[in-house]
Design a protein around this ligand. Structure first.
Ligand code: NG1
Ligand code: ZN
Length: 514
């Protein structure tokens, strides 16, 4: 039998598709190839299949499907994916027929699937050839590039050209137009240090950089030529360890950022003259972007509703700053990009970021039309015109299909340049509450059930009361626990007025979980 399923193995299609050791994924790859062809027939559109370790070690791999407009797979089909993955070999055909019947799929239609495998060491994806026609092989691309191209393909070029070159030129043109609004910057100010996490982001960033006409000067570290994927580097390492990646030589004050392995996350950082490390995570990024957009809306005289979507992991200071000082609407959703994405779609402009650096901005159709119209109009004053053009180019530099490290980086760099802001000034907008993330291994993480966007535990009985009791002992404290959707662990988060308190609280809550 081709691609047999290890007997008894049960996997769940989670927030990031299927994730497990690459050795256990062969049958999953095959079955997801089959499912992709069904999804393509059902939607009469091109579907993406992404194979990536994302922010995890090289040997942990994953596969997920990308829906027609570049979004994550819809919920009912996540269930089909789980069913198909866990069906024993001899029932596979019946399981496929079941999906075909339930969704009334016309098997006479042709299927179109874009496939990408951005992890060089593991190429199980060639098994797709036997089950579907792989329309176009992009070779290695970043996760967000594949989402972008699926969207371009299905919107018939409206969103852009469905090629890597099309992606590079759309984003870089928008970036160049934005950076024209920056007053003369020194070479130092144009310099950015990038940690590529030894993933696909580094070579893809080089392709984009060649279009940037030296308006951004990039030094890339951890470009995959030496180190291992996400090992001691990358956005997840920097965020969780709260220290710079290895393999990067930086001096105090240098502006730096880290991508994750498939380049859908980004975090910024610098060290100060005393050697202290300063992290600018997804929350700081969301704040910078939403502030910029809000100012432009005022200048343009556009009445559009803007909101920021976060998760429970957002630093309490960021939420307070956004609500109290910036006066923008803030929503909190469950962890997982699809939840943030959906919540962001409810506003004219929805800025969403996970604290770990995964995020983007969504513009409603109405918002885009109003911006386009204003940018074209001739009878408005210079200030409004300038703001409208800035908004238009901001829309174009953003990859709205999914969080995208390269696109986010270009937008952030443009904003800092336009505002004449240093990374230190950006950091000073608000001060993060000290925080700590821990993971706890338990026999069955599913006994923990949560509510209120995962901020409170409803089971096991007594756990939430115990957490409440511990939180009361500290100042400005907050803590919650939730079962991970991607690892067999329970995650613990705590924040408080000092690092010692945050560490102690996280530790005490971990003990309460056992
Ligand atoms: P889990 O393992 O469910 O916590 C992690 C990240 C998510 C998201 C997914 C998908 C944290 C705390 N969690 O989910 O934000 O990125 O992976 O990759 O960072
Ligand atoms: Zn990723």
């Amino acid at each position: 039998i081709l691609h047999p399923k290890p007997a008894g193995l049960v996997l769940q299609y989670g927030t990031a598709g299927f994730r497990t050791n690459a050795k256990q994924l062969d049958h999953i790859m095959f079955r997801m190839g089959l499912l992709a062809t069904l999804r393509s027939r059902k939607t009469k559109a091109t579907i993406g299949v992404m194979v990536t370790a994302s922010h995890n070690p090289e040997e942990d791999n994953g596969v997920k499907l990308i829906d027609p407009m570049g979004e994550m797979l819809t919920a009912t089909w996540e269930d089909f994916a789980t069913q198909l993955a866990n069906t024993e070999q001899k029932e596979l055909l019946a399981a496929l027929k079941d999906i075909i019947n339930k969704e009334a799929i016309n098997m006479k239609l042709e299927a179109e699937v874009f496939e990408d495998d951005n992890v060089g060491v593991f190429a199980a994806s060639n098994c797709f050839c036997c089950c579907c026609s792989v329309l176009s092989d992009y070779g290695l691309v970043t996760t967000p590039q594949l989402h972008y191209m699926v969207c371009c393909q299905n919107s018939h070029g409206q969103y852009g050209e469905a090629t890597v070159e099309g992606y590079c030129s759309k984003l870089s043109q928008a970036f160049l137009a934005l950076s024209k609004n920056a007053s003369n910057r020194t070479d130092d100010q144009k310099h950015l240090f990038v940690d590529g996490a030894n993933g696909i982001g580094a070579p893809k960033l080089r392709e984009v950089e060649s279009h940037l006409k030296k308006q951004l000067q990039i030094s890339i570290f951890n470009d995959g030529s030496r180190g291992k994927l996400n090992h001691q580097c990358g956005a997840d390492f920097v965020k969780v360890q709260q220290k710079p990646p290895t393999g990067v030589e930086i001096s105090p004050g240098d502006r730096c950022c880290s991508f994750d392995g498939d380049a859908d996350r980004i975090v910024y950082y610098y060290t100060d003259s005393r050697g202290f490390f300063h992290l600018l995570d997804g929350d700081k990024i969301a704040t910078l972007i939403s502030t910029f957009l809000k100012e432009l809306l005022v200048q343009a005289g556009l009445d559009l509703k803007i909101a920021v979507v976060q998760t429970a992991y957002a630093n309490g200071s960021s939420t307070r700053y956004l609500e109290d000082t910036m006066k923008v609407i803030v929503r909190c959703t469950k962890t997982g990009v699809k939840h943030l994405h959906h919540a962001a779609q409810e506003f004219d402009i929805g800025v969403y970021f996970e604290a770990n650096g995964h995020g983007t901005v969504l513009f409603s159709k109405t918002a885009e039309e109003k911006v386009q119209l204003l940018a074209k109009s001739t009878n408005i004053n210079d200030e409004r015109k300038r703001a409208a053009l800035l908004l238009q180019n901001t829309v174009n530099v953003i990859n709205q299909t999914v969080g995208d490290a390269i696109s986010d980086m270009l937008l952030i760099e443009a904003i800092l340049a336009i505002k004449g802001m240093t990374v230190q000034q950006w950091d000073a907008i608000y001060s993060d509450l000290p925080n700590r993330q821990l993971k706890v291994t338990v026999s069955d993480r599913r006994v923990i059930e949560t509510t209120d966007a995962e901020r409170r535990a409803v089971s096991p009985a007594g756990l939430q009361e115990a957490i409440d009791g511990l939180v009361k002992k500290y100042k400005q404290a907050r803590s919650f626990v939730r079962p991970s959707g991607t690892e067999d662990v329970v995650r613990v988060y705590a924040e408080a007025d000092s690092q010692e308190s945050a560490d102690a609280l996280a530790h005490e809550v971990s003990l309460a979980v056992h």
